[in-house]
Design a protein around this ligand. Sequence first.
Ligand code: HEM
Length: 592
Amino acid sequence: MHPQFHEKLNLKDNGHTVEAAGPLTWEDDLESIEIKDVTVQQDDVVASRSDSKTYHKGTDTEWWLDVKSPNQFTRGRALASGVAVVHRKNQKPYEYSWPDEVQLDMPLDLNEIQGNILAGFNKDFASFLFFELPEQAQARAWLHGLVGQVATTEEVQQFNDLFRAIRGRSGREGVVEATWMNLAFTYEGLRALGVGLGELGQFPEEFRQGMRQRAREIGDIGDNHPSRWPNGLGTATIHALMIVAADSIEDRDREVTHFVRHAARHGATLVFQQDGMTRSDAPGHEHFGFKDGISQPGIHGFTVPSDPHKPDAGWPGQDLIAPGEFVLGYPRQGPPAAEPPTPHPPPQPADDPPGPRPEWTRNGSYLVFRRLQQDVKGFRDFVTKQAAQERQSVDLFGAKLMGRYRSGAPLEGAGNAADDPGTTDPAVLDRTRINAFEYSTDPEGTQVPRAAHIRKTYPRDQRPPGEEEGDRRRILRRGIPFGRSFHHGNRPDSPYGADPQFPHDRGLCFVCYQGSIRDQFEFIQHIWANQDSYPEPGAGVDPVISHSSSTRSFGLPGGAVDPVSLPRQWVTATGGEYFFSPSISALGLLSR
Ligand code: HEM
Protein backbone atom coordinates (compact mmCIF):
# COMPACT_ATOMS: atom_id res chain seq x y z
CA MET A 1 0.00 0.00 0.00
CA HIS A 2 1.41 3.32 -1.10
CA PRO A 3 -1.01 6.14 -0.39
CA GLN A 4 -0.56 9.07 -2.72
CA PHE A 5 -1.89 12.55 -3.28
CA HIS A 6 -3.97 13.25 -6.37
CA GLU A 7 -1.91 15.26 -8.85
CA LYS A 8 -4.42 18.12 -8.51
CA LEU A 9 -5.75 19.21 -5.11
CA ASN A 10 -8.67 21.63 -4.88
CA LEU A 11 -8.59 24.83 -2.85
CA LYS A 12 -11.59 26.26 -1.04
CA ASP A 13 -12.41 28.98 1.54
CA ASN A 14 -10.75 31.71 -0.50
CA GLY A 15 -7.65 29.56 -0.87
CA HIS A 16 -7.24 28.99 2.89
CA THR A 17 -8.18 25.29 2.80
CA VAL A 18 -6.65 22.51 0.71
CA GLU A 19 -8.82 19.48 0.06
CA ALA A 20 -6.01 16.95 0.42
CA ALA A 21 -6.98 13.61 -1.07
CA GLY A 22 -5.63 10.62 -2.93
CA PRO A 23 -6.38 7.13 -4.23
CA LEU A 24 -6.23 3.99 -2.04
CA THR A 25 -5.31 0.62 -3.49
CA TRP A 26 -5.87 -2.38 -1.21
CA GLU A 27 -3.68 -5.47 -1.14
CA ASP A 28 -5.13 -8.79 0.12
CA ASP A 29 -3.86 -8.70 3.70
CA LEU A 30 -4.56 -5.01 4.27
CA GLU A 31 -7.30 -4.05 6.75
CA SER A 32 -7.18 -0.34 7.23
CA ILE A 33 -4.98 2.68 6.88
CA GLU A 34 -4.70 5.75 9.04
CA ILE A 35 -3.60 9.03 7.43
CA LYS A 36 -2.19 11.80 9.63
CA ASP A 37 0.20 14.76 9.74
CA VAL A 38 -0.85 15.98 6.32
CA THR A 39 1.05 19.13 5.32
CA VAL A 40 0.86 21.27 2.19
CA GLN A 41 3.43 23.98 1.57
CA GLN A 42 3.61 26.64 -1.13
CA ASP A 43 6.45 29.12 -0.59
CA ASP A 44 5.78 30.58 2.90
CA VAL A 45 2.19 29.37 3.06
CA VAL A 46 1.82 26.19 5.07
CA ALA A 47 -1.25 24.20 6.03
CA SER A 48 -0.99 21.20 8.30
CA ARG A 49 -3.13 18.93 10.41
CA SER A 50 -1.92 16.46 13.02
CA ASP A 51 -5.06 14.45 13.75
CA SER A 52 -5.72 11.30 11.78
CA LYS A 53 -8.52 9.67 9.82
CA THR A 54 -8.87 5.92 9.27
CA TYR A 55 -9.98 4.34 6.01
CA HIS A 56 -11.13 0.72 5.59
CA LYS A 57 -10.78 -1.91 2.96
CA GLY A 58 -14.07 -2.67 1.25
CA THR A 59 -15.56 0.77 1.84
CA ASP A 60 -12.93 3.35 0.91
CA THR A 61 -11.26 3.83 -2.45
CA GLU A 62 -9.98 7.29 -1.66
CA TRP A 63 -8.68 9.15 1.38
CA TRP A 64 -9.35 12.82 2.04
CA LEU A 65 -8.63 15.42 4.72
CA ASP A 66 -9.09 19.21 4.71
CA VAL A 67 -5.98 21.10 5.76
CA LYS A 68 -6.24 24.76 6.68
CA SER A 69 -3.85 27.68 6.72
CA PRO A 70 -4.21 31.22 8.12
CA ASN A 71 -2.60 32.39 4.87
CA GLN A 72 -3.89 32.06 1.34
CA PHE A 73 -2.69 29.53 -1.21
CA THR A 74 -2.83 30.37 -4.90
CA ARG A 75 -3.20 28.13 -7.91
CA GLY A 76 0.09 26.49 -8.79
CA ARG A 77 2.59 23.94 -7.59
CA ALA A 78 3.02 22.96 -3.94
CA LEU A 79 4.73 20.30 -1.85
CA ALA A 80 2.50 17.92 0.06
CA SER A 81 3.38 15.23 2.58
CA GLY A 82 1.58 12.87 4.92
CA VAL A 83 2.10 9.98 7.30
CA ALA A 84 0.36 6.64 6.76
CA VAL A 85 -0.12 4.02 9.49
CA VAL A 86 -0.79 0.72 7.73
CA HIS A 87 -2.71 -2.06 9.47
CA ARG A 88 -2.21 -5.56 7.98
CA LYS A 89 -3.86 -8.79 9.11
CA ASN A 90 -1.94 -10.42 12.02
CA GLN A 91 0.88 -7.88 11.82
CA LYS A 92 2.01 -4.96 13.87
CA PRO A 93 1.00 -1.64 12.24
CA TYR A 94 3.85 0.19 10.57
CA GLU A 95 4.21 3.84 9.78
CA TYR A 96 5.87 5.76 6.99
CA SER A 97 5.77 9.22 5.49
CA TRP A 98 5.62 10.23 1.87
CA PRO A 99 6.16 13.54 0.03
CA ASP A 100 4.57 14.48 -3.31
CA GLU A 101 4.55 17.41 -5.70
CA VAL A 102 0.99 18.55 -6.34
CA GLN A 103 -0.88 21.16 -8.34
CA LEU A 104 -3.30 23.37 -6.39
CA ASP A 105 -6.41 24.28 -8.27
CA MET A 106 -9.70 26.00 -7.55
CA PRO A 107 -12.42 24.97 -9.97
CA LEU A 108 -15.01 27.63 -10.57
CA ASP A 109 -18.60 26.88 -9.68
CA LEU A 110 -20.02 27.84 -13.06
CA ASN A 111 -23.57 26.82 -12.18
CA GLU A 112 -23.49 29.15 -9.19
CA ILE A 113 -21.96 32.31 -10.72
CA GLN A 114 -24.35 34.62 -12.58
CA GLY A 115 -23.85 34.53 -16.34
CA ASN A 116 -22.87 38.11 -17.14
CA ILE A 117 -19.90 38.10 -14.77
CA LEU A 118 -17.38 35.73 -16.35
CA ALA A 119 -18.97 34.81 -19.68
CA GLY A 120 -20.63 38.14 -20.56
CA PHE A 121 -24.03 38.38 -22.24
CA ASN A 122 -22.64 40.06 -25.38
CA LYS A 123 -26.09 40.96 -26.65
CA ASP A 124 -27.12 43.78 -29.00
CA PHE A 125 -29.98 44.88 -26.74
CA ALA A 126 -30.08 45.29 -22.98
CA SER A 127 -32.25 46.92 -20.34
CA PHE A 128 -31.15 47.88 -16.88
CA LEU A 129 -34.19 47.89 -14.58
CA PHE A 130 -33.79 49.62 -11.22
CA PHE A 131 -36.32 48.54 -8.60
CA GLU A 132 -37.38 49.69 -5.17
CA LEU A 133 -38.52 46.65 -3.20
CA PRO A 134 -41.56 46.40 -0.93
CA GLU A 135 -41.50 45.12 2.67
CA GLN A 136 -39.51 41.95 3.42
CA ALA A 137 -42.09 39.19 2.89
CA GLN A 138 -43.24 40.61 -0.44
CA ALA A 139 -39.67 41.37 -1.55
CA ARG A 140 -38.73 37.76 -0.89
CA ALA A 141 -41.77 36.52 -2.78
CA TRP A 142 -40.75 38.73 -5.72
CA LEU A 143 -37.25 37.23 -5.65
CA HIS A 144 -38.56 33.70 -5.17
CA GLY A 145 -40.36 33.91 -8.51
CA LEU A 146 -37.17 35.02 -10.27
CA VAL A 147 -34.40 32.74 -9.01
CA GLY A 148 -35.06 30.01 -11.57
CA GLN A 149 -34.87 32.56 -14.41
CA VAL A 150 -31.42 33.92 -13.58
CA ALA A 151 -28.85 32.95 -16.22
CA THR A 152 -25.75 31.10 -14.99
CA THR A 153 -22.17 31.29 -16.25
CA GLU A 154 -22.42 27.67 -17.41
CA GLU A 155 -25.39 28.43 -19.67
CA VAL A 156 -24.08 31.69 -21.04
CA GLN A 157 -20.65 30.22 -21.72
CA GLN A 158 -22.16 27.23 -23.54
CA PHE A 159 -24.37 29.50 -25.59
CA ASN A 160 -21.48 31.84 -26.46
CA ASP A 161 -19.35 28.86 -27.56
CA LEU A 162 -22.17 27.54 -29.72
CA PHE A 163 -22.85 30.98 -31.19
CA ARG A 164 -19.17 31.41 -32.14
CA ALA A 165 -18.99 27.90 -33.62
CA ILE A 166 -22.05 28.47 -35.83
CA ARG A 167 -20.90 31.93 -36.87
CA GLY A 168 -17.48 30.50 -37.75
CA ARG A 169 -19.02 27.71 -39.84
CA SER A 170 -21.86 29.57 -41.55
CA GLY A 171 -20.61 33.15 -41.48
CA ARG A 172 -24.07 34.15 -40.19
CA GLU A 173 -25.41 35.43 -36.89
CA GLY A 174 -28.92 34.97 -35.52
CA VAL A 175 -29.08 31.20 -36.07
CA VAL A 176 -29.18 30.63 -32.32
CA GLU A 177 -30.62 33.24 -29.99
CA ALA A 178 -31.11 33.61 -26.24
CA THR A 179 -32.45 36.12 -23.75
CA TRP A 180 -30.76 36.43 -20.41
CA MET A 181 -31.55 37.93 -17.04
CA ASN A 182 -29.28 38.66 -14.05
CA LEU A 183 -29.88 40.30 -10.67
CA ALA A 184 -27.90 42.43 -8.25
CA PHE A 185 -28.65 44.32 -5.04
CA THR A 186 -27.56 47.46 -3.28
CA TYR A 187 -26.75 47.45 0.42
CA GLU A 188 -30.24 48.83 1.08
CA GLY A 189 -31.65 46.12 -1.16
CA LEU A 190 -30.01 43.36 0.90
CA ARG A 191 -31.45 45.02 3.98
CA ALA A 192 -34.91 45.10 2.42
CA LEU A 193 -34.59 41.36 1.83
CA GLY A 194 -33.92 40.85 5.52
CA VAL A 195 -30.15 40.39 5.73
CA GLY A 196 -29.25 41.07 9.37
CA LEU A 197 -27.19 44.04 10.51
CA GLY A 198 -24.37 41.77 11.68
CA GLU A 199 -23.86 40.40 8.17
CA LEU A 200 -24.51 43.72 6.47
CA GLY A 201 -21.73 45.22 8.56
CA GLN A 202 -19.28 42.75 7.02
CA PHE A 203 -19.71 44.25 3.55
CA PRO A 204 -17.02 46.72 2.51
CA GLU A 205 -17.55 50.36 3.29
CA GLU A 206 -17.76 51.63 -0.30
CA PHE A 207 -20.57 49.18 -1.04
CA ARG A 208 -22.41 50.14 2.12
CA GLN A 209 -22.15 53.81 1.17
CA GLY A 210 -23.17 53.45 -2.48
CA MET A 211 -21.99 55.46 -5.48
CA ARG A 212 -23.76 58.72 -4.61
CA GLN A 213 -22.03 58.87 -1.22
CA ARG A 214 -18.69 58.08 -2.84
CA ALA A 215 -18.83 61.13 -5.15
CA ARG A 216 -15.77 62.66 -3.50
CA GLU A 217 -13.78 59.42 -3.58
CA ILE A 218 -14.32 58.94 -7.30
CA GLY A 219 -14.19 62.56 -8.42
CA ASP A 220 -17.87 63.00 -9.28
CA ILE A 221 -17.88 66.75 -8.89
CA GLY A 222 -19.33 69.65 -10.89
CA ASP A 223 -21.54 68.41 -13.73
CA ASN A 224 -20.97 64.84 -12.58
CA HIS A 225 -22.28 65.37 -9.07
CA PRO A 226 -25.17 63.09 -8.06
CA SER A 227 -27.31 66.15 -7.32
CA ARG A 228 -27.39 66.68 -11.11
CA TRP A 229 -28.33 63.13 -12.03
CA PRO A 230 -31.81 62.59 -13.47
CA ASN A 231 -34.39 61.86 -10.80
CA GLY A 232 -34.62 58.11 -11.18
CA LEU A 233 -30.91 57.66 -10.55
CA GLY A 234 -30.19 60.77 -8.51
CA THR A 235 -32.67 60.51 -5.69
CA ALA A 236 -34.72 57.32 -5.92
CA THR A 237 -34.26 54.48 -3.48
CA ILE A 238 -32.60 51.74 -5.52
CA HIS A 239 -32.70 48.24 -4.09
CA ALA A 240 -32.21 45.95 -7.05
CA LEU A 241 -30.84 45.99 -10.56
CA MET A 242 -32.15 43.56 -13.13
CA ILE A 243 -30.20 43.20 -16.37
CA VAL A 244 -32.19 41.86 -19.31
CA ALA A 245 -30.30 41.15 -22.53
CA ALA A 246 -31.51 39.84 -25.89
CA ASP A 247 -30.67 39.58 -29.59
CA SER A 248 -33.56 41.72 -30.81
CA ILE A 249 -35.39 44.73 -29.50
CA GLU A 250 -38.67 42.75 -29.65
CA ASP A 251 -37.27 39.90 -27.49
CA ARG A 252 -35.82 42.36 -25.04
CA ASP A 253 -39.05 44.35 -24.74
CA ARG A 254 -41.11 41.19 -24.31
CA GLU A 255 -38.88 40.06 -21.44
CA VAL A 256 -38.91 43.50 -19.84
CA THR A 257 -42.71 43.56 -19.93
CA HIS A 258 -42.80 40.12 -18.33
CA PHE A 259 -40.46 41.14 -15.49
CA VAL A 260 -42.09 44.52 -14.90
CA ARG A 261 -45.49 42.80 -14.57
CA HIS A 262 -44.00 40.28 -12.19
CA ALA A 263 -42.58 43.14 -10.12
CA ALA A 264 -45.89 44.99 -10.06
CA ARG A 265 -47.68 41.86 -8.82
CA HIS A 266 -45.31 41.74 -5.85
CA GLY A 267 -45.30 45.43 -5.05
CA ALA A 268 -41.79 46.17 -6.42
CA THR A 269 -41.55 49.59 -8.11
CA LEU A 270 -39.59 50.22 -11.29
CA VAL A 271 -37.87 53.51 -10.42
CA PHE A 272 -35.68 53.83 -13.51
CA GLN A 273 -35.16 51.98 -16.76
CA GLN A 274 -32.01 52.44 -18.80
CA ASP A 275 -32.01 50.79 -22.20
CA GLY A 276 -28.83 50.14 -24.11
CA MET A 277 -28.05 48.85 -27.58
CA THR A 278 -25.11 48.34 -29.82
CA ARG A 279 -24.80 50.92 -32.61
CA SER A 280 -26.38 49.48 -35.75
CA ASP A 281 -24.26 51.77 -37.96
CA ALA A 282 -21.01 50.81 -36.20
CA PRO A 283 -21.46 47.53 -34.29
CA GLY A 284 -19.03 47.12 -31.42
CA HIS A 285 -17.98 50.79 -31.49
CA GLU A 286 -18.73 53.25 -28.72
CA HIS A 287 -20.13 56.68 -29.62
CA PHE A 288 -16.80 58.50 -30.09
CA GLY A 289 -16.24 55.95 -32.84
CA PHE A 290 -13.70 53.54 -31.29
CA LYS A 291 -14.03 49.79 -31.25
CA ASP A 292 -14.73 48.72 -27.66
CA GLY A 293 -14.78 45.42 -25.80
CA ILE A 294 -11.43 44.22 -27.15
CA SER A 295 -9.24 43.80 -24.10
CA GLN A 296 -10.69 41.84 -21.20
CA PRO A 297 -8.70 40.02 -18.54
CA GLY A 298 -8.53 36.26 -18.93
CA ILE A 299 -9.43 34.16 -15.88
CA HIS A 300 -7.50 31.18 -14.55
CA GLY A 301 -9.63 28.08 -14.72
CA PHE A 302 -12.07 29.69 -17.16
CA THR A 303 -10.21 31.20 -20.12
CA VAL A 304 -8.49 28.57 -22.23
CA PRO A 305 -4.85 29.46 -23.05
CA SER A 306 -4.44 29.76 -26.83
CA ASP A 307 -0.90 28.38 -26.50
CA PRO A 308 -0.63 25.35 -24.18
CA HIS A 309 3.00 26.29 -23.49
CA LYS A 310 1.85 29.62 -22.00
CA PRO A 311 -0.62 28.64 -19.26
CA ASP A 312 -0.73 32.20 -17.89
CA ALA A 313 -2.07 33.84 -21.06
CA GLY A 314 -5.31 33.56 -23.02
CA TRP A 315 -4.88 35.19 -26.42
CA PRO A 316 -1.51 36.93 -26.88
CA GLY A 317 -1.39 39.94 -24.57
CA GLN A 318 -4.21 38.69 -22.34
CA ASP A 319 -2.87 37.87 -18.85
CA LEU A 320 -4.83 35.23 -16.96
CA ILE A 321 -5.89 36.61 -13.59
CA ALA A 322 -6.84 34.77 -10.39
CA PRO A 323 -10.63 34.33 -10.31
CA GLY A 324 -10.85 35.91 -6.84
CA GLU A 325 -10.23 39.30 -8.49
CA PHE A 326 -13.76 39.02 -9.90
CA VAL A 327 -15.67 36.42 -7.90
CA LEU A 328 -15.71 36.17 -4.10
CA GLY A 329 -14.49 33.00 -2.43
CA TYR A 330 -11.51 32.32 -4.70
CA PRO A 331 -7.83 33.23 -4.33
CA ARG A 332 -6.89 36.76 -5.38
CA GLN A 333 -3.80 37.77 -7.34
CA GLY A 334 -1.60 37.97 -4.27
CA PRO A 335 -0.14 40.92 -2.41
CA PRO A 336 0.80 44.11 -4.27
CA ALA A 337 4.25 44.14 -5.81
CA ALA A 338 6.85 46.11 -3.88
CA GLU A 339 7.59 49.16 -6.01
CA PRO A 340 10.89 51.00 -5.90
CA PRO A 341 10.14 54.36 -4.26
CA THR A 342 9.30 57.06 -6.80
CA PRO A 343 9.68 60.77 -6.09
CA HIS A 344 5.91 61.20 -6.34
CA PRO A 345 4.30 57.95 -5.36
CA PRO A 346 0.67 57.76 -6.35
CA PRO A 347 -1.79 57.89 -3.47
CA GLN A 348 -2.62 54.38 -2.37
CA PRO A 349 -5.67 53.33 -0.41
CA ALA A 350 -4.94 51.97 3.05
CA ASP A 351 -4.17 48.30 2.90
CA ASP A 352 -7.28 46.66 4.20
CA PRO A 353 -7.28 42.94 3.55
CA PRO A 354 -10.78 41.66 3.00
CA GLY A 355 -12.26 40.72 6.35
CA PRO A 356 -14.72 37.93 7.00
CA ARG A 357 -17.70 38.03 4.69
CA PRO A 358 -20.99 36.19 5.04
CA GLU A 359 -20.45 32.66 3.73
CA TRP A 360 -23.26 33.10 1.20
CA THR A 361 -21.31 35.82 -0.65
CA ARG A 362 -19.15 33.07 -2.20
CA ASN A 363 -19.55 32.96 -5.99
CA GLY A 364 -20.90 36.52 -5.93
CA SER A 365 -19.35 39.63 -7.49
CA TYR A 366 -19.53 43.40 -7.06
CA LEU A 367 -21.13 45.24 -9.96
CA VAL A 368 -20.59 48.91 -10.80
CA PHE A 369 -23.17 50.56 -13.05
CA ARG A 370 -22.49 54.01 -14.45
CA ARG A 371 -24.51 56.02 -16.93
CA LEU A 372 -21.87 57.98 -18.83
CA GLN A 373 -23.08 60.63 -21.24
CA GLN A 374 -20.76 61.35 -24.19
CA ASP A 375 -20.43 64.73 -25.91
CA VAL A 376 -19.54 63.32 -29.32
CA LYS A 377 -19.54 66.64 -31.18
CA GLY A 378 -17.33 68.28 -28.55
CA PHE A 379 -14.88 65.37 -28.65
CA ARG A 380 -14.67 65.18 -32.44
CA ASP A 381 -14.37 68.96 -32.91
CA PHE A 382 -11.54 68.99 -30.41
CA VAL A 383 -9.73 66.09 -32.06
CA THR A 384 -9.94 67.74 -35.51
CA LYS A 385 -8.74 71.12 -34.27
CA GLN A 386 -5.99 69.84 -31.98
CA ALA A 387 -4.72 67.33 -34.56
CA ALA A 388 -3.97 70.25 -36.89
CA GLN A 389 -2.04 72.06 -34.13
CA GLU A 390 -0.09 68.90 -33.35
CA ARG A 391 0.60 68.41 -37.07
CA GLN A 392 -0.84 64.92 -36.77
CA SER A 393 -3.62 63.22 -38.71
CA VAL A 394 -7.04 63.04 -37.07
CA ASP A 395 -6.67 59.22 -36.98
CA LEU A 396 -3.37 59.42 -35.13
CA PHE A 397 -4.30 62.15 -32.67
CA GLY A 398 -7.56 60.36 -31.79
CA ALA A 399 -5.53 57.20 -31.19
CA LYS A 400 -3.15 59.16 -28.94
CA LEU A 401 -6.08 60.00 -26.65
CA MET A 402 -7.55 56.49 -26.62
CA GLY A 403 -4.45 54.28 -27.06
CA ARG A 404 -5.99 52.48 -30.04
CA TYR A 405 -7.09 53.64 -33.48
CA ARG A 406 -10.82 53.74 -34.18
CA SER A 407 -10.74 50.26 -35.74
CA GLY A 408 -9.28 48.92 -32.47
CA ALA A 409 -5.80 48.55 -33.99
CA PRO A 410 -3.16 49.01 -31.27
CA LEU A 411 -1.23 52.28 -31.39
CA GLU A 412 1.70 50.61 -29.62
CA GLY A 413 3.91 49.17 -32.34
CA ALA A 414 2.14 51.05 -35.16
CA GLY A 415 5.09 53.45 -35.65
CA ASN A 416 2.84 56.49 -35.20
CA ALA A 417 1.17 55.71 -38.54
CA ALA A 418 -0.98 58.59 -39.80
CA ASP A 419 -3.66 56.25 -41.16
CA ASP A 420 -5.53 53.73 -39.05
CA PRO A 421 -3.65 50.43 -39.65
CA GLY A 422 -6.94 48.57 -39.20
CA THR A 423 -8.03 50.00 -42.56
CA THR A 424 -4.71 49.58 -44.39
CA ASP A 425 -3.73 46.16 -42.93
CA PRO A 426 -6.77 44.42 -41.40
CA ALA A 427 -4.55 41.54 -40.21
CA VAL A 428 -3.56 43.74 -37.22
CA LEU A 429 -7.13 43.24 -35.97
CA ASP A 430 -6.72 39.48 -35.73
CA ARG A 431 -7.22 38.25 -32.15
CA THR A 432 -3.65 36.95 -32.11
CA ARG A 433 -2.36 40.51 -32.70
CA ILE A 434 -4.94 43.07 -31.55
CA ASN A 435 -3.97 42.81 -27.89
CA ALA A 436 -0.39 41.60 -28.17
CA PHE A 437 1.52 44.60 -26.84
CA GLU A 438 3.13 45.94 -23.68
CA TYR A 439 4.45 49.39 -22.79
CA SER A 440 7.88 48.72 -21.31
CA THR A 441 9.49 49.40 -24.70
CA ASP A 442 7.75 52.79 -24.80
CA PRO A 443 8.56 54.17 -21.33
CA GLU A 444 8.22 57.84 -22.33
CA GLY A 445 4.95 57.31 -24.14
CA THR A 446 6.19 58.46 -27.54
CA GLN A 447 3.84 55.95 -29.10
CA VAL A 448 1.04 55.54 -26.55
CA PRO A 449 1.00 58.55 -24.19
CA ARG A 450 1.04 57.51 -20.56
CA ALA A 451 -2.36 59.14 -20.01
CA ALA A 452 -4.08 57.57 -23.04
CA HIS A 453 -7.32 55.95 -21.89
CA ILE A 454 -6.27 52.32 -22.26
CA ARG A 455 -2.80 52.92 -20.77
CA LYS A 456 -4.19 54.77 -17.74
CA THR A 457 -6.81 52.12 -17.06
CA TYR A 458 -4.52 49.12 -17.65
CA PRO A 459 -0.80 50.01 -17.67
CA ARG A 460 0.22 46.43 -18.61
CA ASP A 461 3.96 46.00 -17.84
CA GLN A 462 4.69 49.72 -17.42
CA ARG A 463 6.59 50.72 -14.26
CA PRO A 464 5.20 52.16 -12.11
CA PRO A 465 2.99 50.42 -11.20
CA GLY A 466 4.42 47.18 -12.67
CA GLU A 467 2.61 44.24 -14.14
CA GLU A 468 1.73 42.52 -10.84
CA GLU A 469 0.10 45.63 -9.47
CA GLY A 470 -1.65 46.32 -12.79
CA ASP A 471 -3.09 42.80 -12.82
CA ARG A 472 -4.64 43.35 -9.40
CA ARG A 473 -6.72 46.26 -10.74
CA ARG A 474 -8.43 44.47 -13.60
CA ILE A 475 -12.17 44.68 -14.12
CA LEU A 476 -14.55 42.72 -16.36
CA ARG A 477 -16.28 45.33 -18.53
CA ARG A 478 -19.79 44.56 -19.72
CA GLY A 479 -20.96 47.95 -21.05
CA ILE A 480 -23.29 48.77 -23.93
CA PRO A 481 -24.01 52.14 -25.61
CA PHE A 482 -27.26 54.06 -25.24
CA GLY A 483 -28.77 56.74 -27.49
CA ARG A 484 -28.67 57.27 -31.25
CA SER A 485 -25.40 57.60 -33.09
CA PHE A 486 -24.28 61.15 -33.70
CA HIS A 487 -25.25 62.30 -37.22
CA HIS A 488 -27.04 59.06 -37.91
CA GLY A 489 -30.79 58.79 -37.97
CA ASN A 490 -31.13 55.22 -36.74
CA ARG A 491 -34.63 54.04 -36.11
CA PRO A 492 -36.85 56.97 -35.27
CA ASP A 493 -39.22 54.76 -33.27
CA SER A 494 -36.74 54.21 -30.48
CA PRO A 495 -34.77 56.71 -28.41
CA TYR A 496 -32.22 53.94 -27.81
CA GLY A 497 -32.20 54.58 -24.10
CA ALA A 498 -31.68 58.31 -24.39
CA ASP A 499 -33.63 60.86 -22.39
CA PRO A 500 -35.89 62.61 -24.95
CA GLN A 501 -35.56 65.87 -22.99
CA PHE A 502 -31.91 66.10 -23.96
CA PRO A 503 -31.35 66.15 -27.73
CA HIS A 504 -27.76 64.95 -27.42
CA ASP A 505 -28.22 62.34 -24.74
CA ARG A 506 -26.09 59.40 -25.81
CA GLY A 507 -23.28 57.50 -24.15
CA LEU A 508 -22.25 54.30 -22.47
CA CYS A 509 -24.04 52.15 -19.91
CA PHE A 510 -20.75 51.29 -18.21
CA VAL A 511 -20.90 48.03 -16.27
CA CYS A 512 -18.00 46.28 -14.61
CA TYR A 513 -17.57 43.33 -12.24
CA GLN A 514 -14.86 42.93 -9.62
CA GLY A 515 -13.96 41.44 -6.26
CA SER A 516 -13.49 44.86 -4.64
CA ILE A 517 -15.07 48.10 -5.89
CA ARG A 518 -12.58 50.17 -3.93
CA ASP A 519 -9.46 48.36 -5.15
CA GLN A 520 -10.59 48.01 -8.73
CA PHE A 521 -13.19 50.39 -10.24
CA GLU A 522 -12.60 53.24 -7.78
CA PHE A 523 -8.84 52.84 -7.95
CA ILE A 524 -8.79 52.93 -11.75
CA GLN A 525 -11.17 55.87 -11.92
CA HIS A 526 -9.72 58.05 -9.22
CA ILE A 527 -6.13 57.05 -8.49
CA TRP A 528 -5.16 56.38 -12.09
CA ALA A 529 -7.53 58.18 -14.49
CA ASN A 530 -8.27 61.38 -12.55
CA GLN A 531 -4.72 62.09 -11.27
CA ASP A 532 -2.53 64.04 -13.61
CA SER A 533 0.59 63.06 -11.67
CA TYR A 534 0.03 59.38 -12.24
CA PRO A 535 2.07 57.39 -13.24
CA GLU A 536 4.49 60.33 -13.06
CA PRO A 537 4.24 64.10 -12.80
CA GLY A 538 3.27 65.60 -16.12
CA ALA A 539 1.61 62.50 -17.50
CA GLY A 540 -1.76 64.23 -17.43
CA VAL A 541 -5.26 62.92 -16.89
CA ASP A 542 -7.18 60.28 -18.82
CA PRO A 543 -8.77 62.43 -21.55
CA VAL A 544 -11.78 60.13 -21.87
CA ILE A 545 -12.99 59.48 -18.32
CA SER A 546 -11.25 61.91 -15.96
CA HIS A 547 -13.64 64.17 -14.11
CA SER A 548 -12.26 65.94 -11.21
CA SER A 549 -9.49 68.23 -12.37
CA SER A 550 -10.66 71.71 -13.33
CA THR A 551 -7.64 72.27 -15.60
CA ARG A 552 -7.20 69.07 -17.48
CA SER A 553 -3.96 68.50 -19.29
CA PHE A 554 -2.62 65.59 -21.30
CA GLY A 555 1.06 64.81 -21.87
CA LEU A 556 1.76 64.19 -25.56
CA PRO A 557 5.46 63.31 -25.99
CA GLY A 558 6.49 64.04 -29.57
CA GLY A 559 3.53 66.35 -30.21
CA ALA A 560 4.05 69.91 -31.51
CA VAL A 561 2.09 71.13 -28.48
CA ASP A 562 2.90 69.24 -25.28
CA PRO A 563 1.15 69.11 -22.87
CA VAL A 564 -2.21 69.42 -24.54
CA SER A 565 -4.73 71.47 -22.68
CA LEU A 566 -8.06 69.62 -22.56
CA PRO A 567 -10.81 72.22 -22.59
CA ARG A 568 -13.55 70.27 -20.83
CA GLN A 569 -14.76 66.80 -20.14
CA TRP A 570 -16.58 64.94 -22.89
CA VAL A 571 -17.83 62.15 -20.65
CA THR A 572 -20.21 63.10 -17.82
CA ALA A 573 -21.52 60.79 -15.14
CA THR A 574 -25.32 61.05 -15.16
CA GLY A 575 -26.09 58.24 -12.75
CA GLY A 576 -24.87 55.02 -11.27
CA GLU A 577 -24.81 52.71 -8.31
CA TYR A 578 -22.87 49.92 -6.61
CA PHE A 579 -24.42 46.45 -6.44
CA PHE A 580 -23.67 42.95 -5.25
CA SER A 581 -24.52 40.15 -7.64
CA PRO A 582 -25.05 37.02 -5.47
CA SER A 583 -24.62 33.38 -6.47
CA ILE A 584 -27.66 31.39 -7.59
CA SER A 585 -27.93 29.54 -4.26
CA ALA A 586 -27.52 32.81 -2.33
CA LEU A 587 -30.45 34.23 -4.34
CA GLY A 588 -32.40 31.19 -3.19
CA LEU A 589 -31.42 31.85 0.43
CA LEU A 590 -32.34 35.52 0.20
CA SER A 591 -35.74 34.62 -1.21
CA ARG A 592 -36.71 32.40 1.74
C1 HEM B 1 -17.88 56.75 -22.04
C2 HEM B 1 -16.86 56.28 -21.37
C3 HEM B 1 -15.85 55.33 -21.93
C4 HEM B 1 -15.45 55.15 -23.22
C5 HEM B 1 -15.92 55.91 -24.45
C6 HEM B 1 -14.46 54.10 -23.21
C7 HEM B 1 -13.84 53.61 -24.34
C8 HEM B 1 -12.93 52.57 -24.35
C9 HEM B 1 -12.32 52.02 -25.54
C10 HEM B 1 -12.61 52.47 -26.96
C11 HEM B 1 -11.47 51.06 -25.14
C12 HEM B 1 -10.57 50.20 -26.04
C13 HEM B 1 -11.18 48.90 -26.37
C14 HEM B 1 -10.71 47.75 -25.53
O1 HEM B 1 -9.51 47.67 -25.24
O2 HEM B 1 -11.55 46.94 -25.13
C15 HEM B 1 -11.53 50.99 -23.69
C16 HEM B 1 -10.80 50.13 -22.90
C17 HEM B 1 -10.84 50.13 -21.52
N1 HEM B 1 -11.57 50.96 -20.70
FE1 HEM B 1 -12.87 52.35 -21.31
N2 HEM B 1 -14.26 53.69 -21.92
C18 HEM B 1 -15.09 54.41 -21.11
C19 HEM B 1 -15.22 54.30 -19.74
C20 HEM B 1 -14.39 53.56 -18.94
C21 HEM B 1 -14.40 53.56 -17.49
C22 HEM B 1 -15.36 54.38 -16.62
C23 HEM B 1 -13.43 52.71 -17.09
C24 HEM B 1 -13.01 52.34 -15.68
C25 HEM B 1 -13.05 53.16 -14.66
C26 HEM B 1 -12.82 52.15 -18.28
C27 HEM B 1 -11.82 51.21 -18.28
C28 HEM B 1 -11.30 50.62 -19.40
C29 HEM B 1 -10.37 49.53 -19.37
C30 HEM B 1 -9.82 48.82 -18.12
C31 HEM B 1 -10.07 49.22 -20.70
C32 HEM B 1 -9.14 48.10 -21.19
C33 HEM B 1 -7.72 48.58 -21.31
C34 HEM B 1 -6.82 47.45 -21.75
O3 HEM B 1 -7.05 46.34 -21.31
O4 HEM B 1 -5.89 47.69 -22.52
N3 HEM B 1 -13.41 52.70 -19.38
N4 HEM B 1 -12.43 51.93 -23.24
